[in-house]
Design a binder for this molecule. Structure first.
Ligand code: NDP
Ligand code: OXD
Length: 307
C-alpha cells in the first residue's frame, strides 16, 4: 500500500522527513515519483492538480493536509464514494486562536497608535475600558479553540453554527435570523466557517447591514465566503469599519487588487494558521494506519454537507 504526498514544495521535504522518522518503512510517493499508480491507496492532499485523482484507481481514502476540504471536494475527478478526511489538529487550532487573539488585541490595546506616539515622544496614557464582544461564525475545531482563548481573557463570546451547538459559556445562534442577530450584537465578527454551498458568499451586504458602525470583520475561513464588492461598499459606510483578511478568492492576491492599499483593510497572506509538518506527519500517519485497517480516515468529512 503506497502513500502519496501532494503538498506545496516548501513543505514536502520536511513532511517527508517527519513521516519517515515516524515510520521508515513507509512507501512514500510524490506526483513526480508516482511509480505504479495502481499501488497508491492513500493520498495526503493540498491543492492537488486537476487530473491527478483520475490516475489513481486504487485509492481507498484521501485526507486534506489542513482543516479545509473545499479544494478536494470541488475536484470533479474525486470518486463519488471515496472517504475524505482532514487534519485539524490541536496545534493548528491553537495557532489560529493565537492569530485571532493577536489581531484583536492589537486593535483593542491600540498597539499601532502607541508605536506612533513613541516615535513622536508623546506620553499618552490610555487604557480601554471593556473588551470587545467576539462573534464566531463557526464554532468547530478552530472556532472552539478561539472561543476558549477569548474566554480565558474574559472577552464576551458569541457563536453561530448550523446545529446551534457550541462551546460551553458561549451564547449561540443559528439559522438566518440568528446570523443577523449575532452580527448586530458583536464588535468583532470572525468567519471560521468551512466553504460549502451554504456558506459561499455569506459575508455580504445583507450581513454587513446588521453590523455595528465601526465593528471589525475578520475572515480566516475562505476567500469565497466574502462578496468582495459588498465589503468595499460597506467599508465606505463604516459597517464594518475595518476588515482583517487572511484568505482571498484569488491567491496570491493580484497586485492591482484594491484590498492591498485600502486604509481600512489589514491583510495577511493565508497564514493565520498553517499546518506544521510535525503535526501533519503524526496525524497523516494515524489516518493512513486507520485506512490500512479498513477504518475511515481521521476527521471523516460528511461529503453531502461539505465539511
Ligand atoms: P469544523 O468542521 O470543525 O467546524 C465547522 C463549523 O462551522 C461548525 O461549528 C459548523 O456547525 C459550522 N457550519 C458549517 N456550515 C454551516 C452553516 N451552513 N451554517 C452555520 N454554521 C455552519 O471546521 P474547523 O473549525 O476545523 O475549520 C473551519 C474552517 O476554517 C476550515 O474549513 C477552513 O476553511 C478554515 N481554516 C483556515 C485556516 C487559515 O489558515 N486561514 C486554517 C484552518 C482552517 P455545526 O457545529 O453545527 O456542524
Ligand atoms: C486550512 C488552511 O484549511 O490552512 O487548514 O487554510
Amino acid at each position: 500500500m503506497a502513500f502519496l504526498i501532494v503538498v506545496p514544495d516548501r513543505l514536502a521535504g520536511e513532511l517527508t522527513a517527519n513521516l519517515l522518522a515516524l515510520d521508515p518503512g513507509l512507501d512514500l510517493r510524490t506526483p513526480k515519483q508516482l511509480g505504479n499508480p495502481d499501488e497508491i491507496e492513500f493520498a495526503l492532499l493540498w491543492n492537488q492538480p486537476r487530473g491527478l485523482l483520475a490516475r489513481l484507481p486504487g485509492l481507498k481514502a484521501v485526507t486534506s493536509m489542513g482543516a479545509g476540504v473545499d479544494a478536494i471536494l470541488k475536484d470533479p475527478e474525486l470518486p463519488a464514494e471515496l472517504p475524505v478526511g482532514r487534519l485539524a489538529g490541536p496545534r493548528l487550532a491553537a495557532n489560529m486562536a493565537a492569530y485571532l487573539a493577536a489581531v484583536v488585541i492589537n486593535d483593542w490595546k491600540k498597539i499601532p497608535e502607541f508605536a506612533e506616539y513613541q516615535k513622536k515622544k508623546i506620553w499618552n496614557q490610555w487604557a480601554p475600558e471593556a473588551p470587545p464582544t467576539i462573534g464566531l461564525l463557526g464554532t468547530g475545531t478552530m472556532g472552539g479553540k478561539a472561543a476558549e482563548v477569548f474566554q480565558a481573557l474574559d472577552f464576551p463570546v458569541c457563536g453561530w453554527s448550523r446545529s446551534g451547538r457550541g462551546p460551553k459559556g458561549v451564547k449561540m445562534y443559528s439559522n438566518t435570523d440568528g446570523l443577523g442577530e449575532i452580527a448586530a450584537r458583536v464588535d468583532i465578527l470572525i468567519c471560521l466557517l468551512p466553504l460549502t454551498g451554504d456558506t459561499r458568499g455569506i459575508l455580504d451586504s445583507r450581513l454587513f447591514s446588521h453590523m455595528k458602525v465601526g465593528a471589525t470583520l475578520v475572515n480566516v475561513g475562505r476567500g469565497e465566503h466574502l462578496a468582495e464588492p459588498d465589503l468595499l461598499e460597506a467599508l465606505s459606510r463604516r459597517r464594518p469599519g475595518r476588515a482583517i483578511l487572511d484568505v482571498f478568492a484569488t491567491e496570491p492576491l493580484p497586485s492591482q487588487h484594491p484590498f492591498w492599499s485600502h486604509p481600512q483593510i489589514f491583510m495577511t497572506p493565508h497564514c493565520s494558521s498553517i499546518t506544521l509538518p510535525r503535526e501533519a506527519a503524526e496525524l497523516a500517519l494515524e489516518s493512513y494506519r486507520r485506512v490500512q485497517q479498513g477504518e475511515p480516515p481521521l476527521g471523516l468529512v460528511q461529503r453531502d454537507r461539505g465539511y
